[in-house]
Design a protein around this ligand. Structure first.
Ligand code: HEC
Ligand code: HEC
Ligand code: HEC
Ligand code: HEC
Ligand code: HEC
Ligand code: HEC
Ligand code: HEC
Ligand code: HEC
Length: 423
């Protein structure tokens, strides 16, 4: 009690005229969660008297009513940061949770990986949630991970400088299917940034960060021309290229494999802005990016570099489409059975590497190789090209795709032979 009193006096001294409820939070939490109070103390919020109760409400006041503590959604931040909130709301990050939940795989994987913030949910908890989405989470007993604003400037320091550091993007933009961190940090752009960071290049030296190319001039709205899936509309005019893209769109389940007509999934994918649906939408993003490159390179140089990324994607798609057609042939000939929850007897990329759990049928090995070719190696091939990383574009990307195709051709032969023997 004596310690508490000293605490109260101390905080009155330090905080000046702040209301009692807020002081009590700080006093008690200096004991219960001292690290959080320490972080808050060094923040711009503490400097500006934005205290705990602004964000967490005043209803919880003791250890007995902890459940009454509110968790601030992004709307709370918007009360003082409308500009960033509005801009975030128009970007791709705002679709993280919705696009995750739009996938069939999400509903058959362990919930710990979705809501628990380690697997898919650890990166896809980005985005302002609808009331229905929040209610769904609460019904499962999950009340954390609602706020996306602490993903780049972490709580409770909420620092602008931290968010300007490319390492703020690392946790999510790394690994299996989107190793942008690895690509950037081990290519020339990143190498320069680290050299500058270590004081080995003068202060004025130029080194582009993720933020400079993707969130320029303080915007919170992010889009790229190709996006993650590397597919777009309108389809190319060249008949071979067009056929390859159609095959890929069928494996994404947005075109009906039998009729070639759009499925309901196309509208779903468009509703979360997963693909650019018009040439204008693509060009808009491309031109924005070129404007950034132009700060340090000639426009001609930059355009040539990005167009090489586009044509590399077209070449990767020749290999991928070939592999899809082989596996689709196995479905067609009844050698692979259509899993009960698939819409079509055709490979479906949005089921990811489904497990052999009780709830669903497992994936065949050849389907898994095909998925890896698409999700891991094709991504690396073109993302590596765009991020100027030689090893990712070639050895981790293109070379692996050719290897996958070889394996698929071999498996096809073996599966057909053993099927013929059994029948
Ligand atoms: C008398 C002590 C005390 C006071 C006063 C107090 N808290 Fe707490 N608070 C706690 C304890 C204890 C916990 C539970 C910690 C745990 O789970 O280990 C807690 C938990 C919390 C949580 C997390 C809830 C959760 O579900 O994880 C928040 C947020 C919080 N307090 C904010 C506040 C705010 C804001 C105020 C002031 C309006 C405040 N606290 C006042 C003791 C206090
Ligand atoms: C500017 C808003 C803001 C302020 C001010 C703020 N918090 Fe938080 N706090 C957050 C956000 C955002 C979260 C994470 C919510 C979520 O899970 O989505 C959080 C989570 C928490 C949690 C639960 C999660 C954990 O890591 O344990 C506790 C406890 C907490 N805050 C305590 C405090 C205390 C104590 C203060 C005052 C010293 C404070 N907060 C001030 C925004 C704030
Ligand atoms: C009651 C008003 C208020 C609320 C609510 C609020 N902030 Fe702030 N915030 C401020 C003020 C004032 C500053 C300091 C001046 C400025 O940078 O605008 C600030 C600064 C910041 C900064 C820049 C810090 C720096 O290093 O320069 C970030 C980032 C930030 N807030 C994020 C958030 C987030 C995220 C939330 C919601 C969880 C939030 N704020 C809620 C008032 C608020
Ligand atoms: C390490 C963080 C991380 C994990 C784990 C993760 N994702 Fe992602 N996901 C991302 C990032 C980052 C992107 C955007 C990548 C890009 O554009 O290159 C993305 C993109 C996506 C997209 C496409 C969104 C779009 O609009 O283009 C879907 C759908 C998706 N992820 C679903 C999932 C599912 C389902 C899981 C779990 C099986 C998962 N993700 C696990 C970080 C992650
Ligand atoms: C993807 C990462 C990321 C997320 C998520 C994010 N921010 Fe930021 N934020 C940044 C970056 C980068 C900056 C620095 C911009 C600059 O260089 O001017 C920044 C700066 C800020 C600033 C300081 C503005 C200034 O110039 O003083 C505020 C306030 C802020 N963000 C609020 C928010 C709010 C509110 C949210 C949630 C709606 C949010 N941020 C989500 C990356 C992010
Ligand atoms: C020099 C500019 C530049 C830097 C720095 C940069 N990128 Fe990119 N990024 C690009 C370009 C160009 C594309 C492809 C745009 C298109 O589709 O035309 C791209 C694409 C992306 C995509 C979409 C999928 C893909 O990979 O093609 C994501 C996500 C991404 N970058 C994240 C990051 C992250 C995270 C960092 C930092 C670790 C980073 N980028 C650094 C220029 C850059
Ligand atoms: C908490 C995880 C997380 C962090 C941190 C994060 N991102 Fe993302 N990012 C994602 C997810 C998830 C997506 C895909 C969202 C969707 O479903 O459309 C994404 C998408 C993107 C895209 C859009 C690619 C496209 O499809 O057009 C870009 C660009 C991007 N992020 C850049 C950044 C940059 C730059 C940073 C750091 C300042 C950053 N991100 C920090 C999770 C994150
Ligand atoms: C802030 C300045 C800056 C921006 C913006 C920038 N770059 Fe660079 N870029 C550099 C520097 C510096 C190098 C290293 C030059 C060297 O290797 O001597 C480099 C290297 C490259 C290289 C490799 C050249 C080589 O000789 O290895 C390519 C390709 C490249 N950039 C393309 C781009 C593209 C495309 C964009 C836009 C998406 C872009 N850059 C944006 C500064 C920048």
């Amino acid at each position: 009690m004596k310690r508490m009193l000293i605490g109260v006096l101390l905080s009155v001294f330090m905080l000046g005229g702040i209301a009692w409820a807020e002081e009590s939070c700080i006093v008690c939490h200096s004991e219960t969660t001292p690290g959080q109070v320490a972080d808050w103390r060094v923040s711009a919020h503490a400097e500006n008297d934005v205290t705990c109760s602004y964000c967490h409400g005043e209803e919880h006041t003791s250890a007995d009513d902890v459940a009454k503590a509110a968790f601030p959604a992004e709307q709370v931040c918007s009360e003082c940061h409308q500009e960033q909130f509005d801009s975030f709301a128009t970007g791709k990050h705002n679709y993280g949770w919705t696009s995750l939940n739009a996938l069939p795989i999400t509903h058959v994987e362990p919930d710990e990986l979705m809501e628990g913030g380690r697997g898919c949910g650890g990166c896809h908890n980005m985005g302002i949630k609808t009331e229905a989405q929040k209610a769904e989470q609460l019904a499962k007993g999950h009340r954390y991970q609602n706020n996306s604003c602490d993903e780049c400037h972490t709580r409770h320091t909420f620092s602008k400088k931290e968010a300007q550091d490319p390492r703020a993007c690392q946790q999510c933009h790394m690994g299996y299917d989107h190793p942008q961190w690895e690509m950037w940090s081990s290519a020339k752009h990143g190498t320069r940034w680290f050299a500058k960071e270590g004081g080995r290049l003068p202060e004025g030296a130029q080194a582009p960060t993720c933020q400079e190319c993707h969130l320029p001039d303080g915007t919170h709205s992010n889009h790229t021309a190709w996006g993650f899936l590397g597919v777009r509309l309108p389809l190319p005019e060249d008949p071979h290229e067009k056929a390859d893209k159609i095959t890929i769109l069928k494996a994404l389940g947005v075109l009906n494999p039998e009729t070639g007509k759009p499925t309901p999934r196309l509208a779903l994918v468009q509703s979360v802005d997963m693909i650019r649906s018009t040439q204008e939408a693509f060009d808009l993003e491309r031109d924005k990016m070129i404007n950034t490159c132009k700060k340090c390179h000639s426009e001609t140089y930059a355009r040539t570099q990005l167009e090489m990324g586009d044509s590399m994607l077209t070449k990767a798609d020749v290999l991928l489409a070939k592999a899809i057609r082989i596996v689709a042939g196995l479905y067609k000939d009844g050698i692979i059975e259509k899993p009960a929850d698939y819409a079509f007897a055709y490979p479906d990329f949005l089921y990811f590497l489904r497990t052999n759990g009780a709830k669903i049928d497992g994936m065949t090995h050849i389907d898994q190789v095909l998925f890896k070719m698409y999700m891991k190696h094709r991504m690396r091939t073109y993302q590596g090209q765009f991020h100027v990383n030689p090893d990712y574009a070639y050895w981790y990307g293109w070379a692996q795709m050719t290897n996958d195709l070889g394996e698929i051709e071999e498996l096809d032969k073996l599966m057909r032979a053993s099927h013929a023997k059994a029948h």
